[in-house]
Design a protein around this ligand. Sequence first.
Ligand SMILES: [Fe+2]
Ligand SMILES: [Fe+2]
Length: 191
Amino acid sequence: MLHLQSETSARWLAQVDAHLNDILIDHAHCEKKAAGTALNLIFAYVEDQELCREMAFIVNEELEHFQMVIDLLHRRGIRFRRLTPSTYGRELNDLCRKQEPDRAVDRLLIAGIIEARSCERFHVLAGHVKDQELAAFYAGLFESEARHHTTYTRLAKHFASEEVVMKRLDELAALEAAIINRGEELPRMHS
Ligand SMILES: [Fe+2]
Ligand SMILES: [Fe+2]
């Protein structure tokens, strides 16, 4: 369903256990970036009415998630602050081809893969943390991020055939798996 080619490892869960607050702050940044990505896609492909409608919906939903996370931080007395981002998003965006309509396909598929990975990590987190409020919070976000993945993948088919899109999704998912499996030092949602 999520088209991912790897599962989150124990290495990331060790980072979660040691640096939960940083992961929560980074999560707020991820939701903000997700809203920004959807808004940028409206600017880029304004002629595509279905894309505009779906992206407007996602922008609102991601901003709502952002609010939920900063409220959660506030309740826990964790100050929301700037963080050095993980290199995950940049490395994935570097895979984006430059020429249209390939670029549109890649932007949508990469956005969808990031949604899928977030979704997988929320699921893993919900099962891992002892804290009941956090477990329920992450279990509650799973459904919408899975739906976002499906929406992005469907919209990519406005710019290439189903066969071409699914083949490219396979390629990008394999590259994503290599990036996330390598991991990074900074404890982040996608480290
Ligand atoms: Fe979200
Ligand atoms: Fe999302």
